[in-house]
Ligand binder design. Sequence first.
Ligand code: NAP
Ligand code: HSE
Length: 430
Amino acid sequence: MKVIKVALLGFGTVGQGVYELLMKNGYIFEKKLGIQIDIKKILVRDVKKKREVKVPPELFTTNFEEILRDEEIAIVCELMGGLEPAKSYILKSLFQGKQVVTANKAVLAESGAEIFEMARSKGAFLGFEASVGGGIPVIKTLNEALIGNQIERITGIINGTTNYILTRMLEQNISFEKALDEAKAKGYAEADPSLDLKGLDSAHKISILGSLAFGIYIPFDKVYIEGIENIDLMDLKFAQSFGYVIKLIAEVKRDRDKIEIRVHPALIPEDHILTSVRLNYNAIFIRGDFVGDILLYGLGAGKEPTASAVVSDIISATEYLLSKKSPLIPYPSKKEDFKIKPIKECIFKYYFRFSALDRPGVLSKISGILGKYGISIASVVQIGRQKKRGAVPIVMLTHEAKEERVERALAEIDTLEVLKAKTKRLRIIE
Ligand code: NAP
Ligand code: HSE
């Protein structure tokens, strides 16, 4: 029996899940593959911290150098998160000749080209299945199963925390804050949950998928990003009354010689398959020129599904280790230049929520400005009557319009004296 020694950097939600999985299911590798995976060391910040999963205390260390110097440790799993020291530990481990597995999309989205260059130069394996889609095997699908295709587009819900929050708010009428607290307690949220809420986590993930799909390194700062912080229960309910569900969507596609890459909330028709993706589930559509459309669906965040993805990479790393082969690394380097399609050139249907005084002529003023910019109204409702002072919501859906025109029209509408708050604008994706 071959024994493979592994170190975990981090023992939070994901690290503990990996440890539990290996304790519970490790016999499967022994039986099916004739290998034994042993956790030799676990790096944490605080060895005295109380942890749900019980581990022999001698496994814990706060000294990364101890792991780096240990020649028996062949695979290092970076499960700490954040940019530093995660990046340095990954680079040092690769340089030292160790195989590396990471669940850290932030570090790959920010420094992927450099990290993969190091893996390439050392002939080392770098597994990152857990970095996108939790337990969904989307990285292996793109890199292996679909490698013969020109990928045309990827569209998905790729953040469990925000999908959980939007689902709980709509279905249980609970507040944004309460839903976020639940997501944190369940271990779905990032250590800094603003990464989830502001759409940054989805942007990290879509830049990784886009880079793999198009073979061009797409830096994370090229992604257009909006989060869900401004989505009110009122918008979820209005959208529902028009037959839509609001989801945080990530999309990357080719438009002739340009790449369109964006993350933002969008209204999706309620009969669309993405609206049945609830709670911490994710779903990812991939369109390839030969395979056609495929949909991957599963748990996108949480201890168990993420551990499943990390362990699959540990086994892949073991295969390379034992065969002494160098892996093919499909992650592109920084060299190739490309153009991004600016959001202002994109065309969508829109949802507007105006906060306006309930007075004769208000609607005609708003529709007059929209008409001036060539934006055509599909439907409109005013909800309720004004009581005393204050505004009433007027909700409007439009036909397709160019984002630039919409921005200019709304800027002008918001200067009207009858408008009492900045107009809410959401895109509709059919
Ligand atoms: P977490 O619960 O916050 O755990 C982080 C762990 O890393 C803790 O054990 C912490 O030590 C340790 N750590 C952090 N900084 C360290 C440092 N400088 N030196 C030593 N140890 C350090 O995070 P998580 O949810 O498990 O996420 C880990 C990674 O997986 C992140 O990159 C995240 O984006 C990714 N991921 C998470 C999920 C999920 O559902 N949670 C899913 C997919 C991917 P202490 O315990 O001593 O504080
Ligand atoms: N915070 C992330 C999410 C974890 O909610 O999707 C999984 O990557």
